[in-house]
Design a protein around this ligand. Structure first.
Ligand code: FE2
Ligand code: FE2
Length: 166
C-alpha cells in the first residue's frame, strides 16, 4: 500500500545510491534504516488518510524518507565519530546530507530537523512534521519490540517489494 504515491513523489530518492546504502545500517531490531524510512513514509500517509488531514503529500513523503538520512551506523562507536549522542545530533546530520543532494522545502526541513521532538525542544511548525514525528515514534516502537520485522534476518522485504532493492 502507498507504493504508487511514494514512487510518484520520491522515485529519485528511492532509486539513489545513498538511499539504497541505508539498507546496510540497522535502525532498530533487525530493521534497516532504509526500511524504517519507507515504513515511516507509509505510516505518515496512513495517518493522513485515517484523520483526513489536509497536507502537502510531496513534502510529507520526501521529508519522511529523508528524516534519518544520517548515513552512518549509529550502533558502532569509533574515535572519529562517536555516536553516543545520536538521538540529539542525527537530525542535523540528516538535514545537511539531504541538502547536499536535494532541494528541500521549508516543510521538508522542518520534518527532518524536528522529528525527534521533544528532544529538539522546539516543536514542529507544520502539520507534515507533526505527522512524521508521530509516525516515526510509532514505527520505532514496533521495530524495537520486534512486532515489525525487517529484511535483515527474515529474508523478506517489509511490506511490498520495492524496486530499489535491486
Ligand atoms: Fe531519527
Ligand atoms: Fe526515524
Amino acid at each position: 500500500m502507498y507504493e504508487d504515491e511514494l514512487q510518484k513523489y520520491a522515485n529519485d530518492i528511492l532509486m539513489s545510491e545513498n538511499f539504497k546504502s541505508m539498507r546496510d545500517f540497522i535502525q532498530h531490531g533487525n530493521m534497516s534504516v532504509q526500511e524504517h524510512c519507507i515504513s515511516v513514509a507509509k505510516t505518515s500517509l496512513a495517518i493522513r488518510d485515517k484523520y483526513n488531514i489536509d497536507c502537502n503529500t510531496r513534502d510529507l513523503i520526501r521529508g519522511a524518507l529523508l528524516h534519518d538520512y544520517f548515513l552512518y551506523d549509529w550502533h558502532k562507536n569509533d574515535k572519529l565519530s562517536p555516536h553516543r549522542l545520536h538521538g540529539f545530533f542525527h537530525p542535523g546530520r540528516a538535514l545537511r546530507n539531504a541538502k547536499k543532494e536535494y532541494y528541500l522545502s521549508s516543510r521538508q526541513e522542518d520534518i527532518i530537523i524536528k522529528h525527534m521532538w521533544p528532544l529538539t525542544v522546539v516543536p514542529p511548525m507544520c502539520r507534515e512534521a507533526w505527522i512524521v514525528t508521530m509516525a516515526d515514534k510509532y514505527c520505532s516502537f514496533l521495530e524495537t519490540v520486534r512486532i515489525q520485522k525487517g529484511v535483515i534476518h527474515t529474508g523478506k522485504i517489509h511490506g511490498k517489494n520495492f524496486k530499489n532493492r535491486n
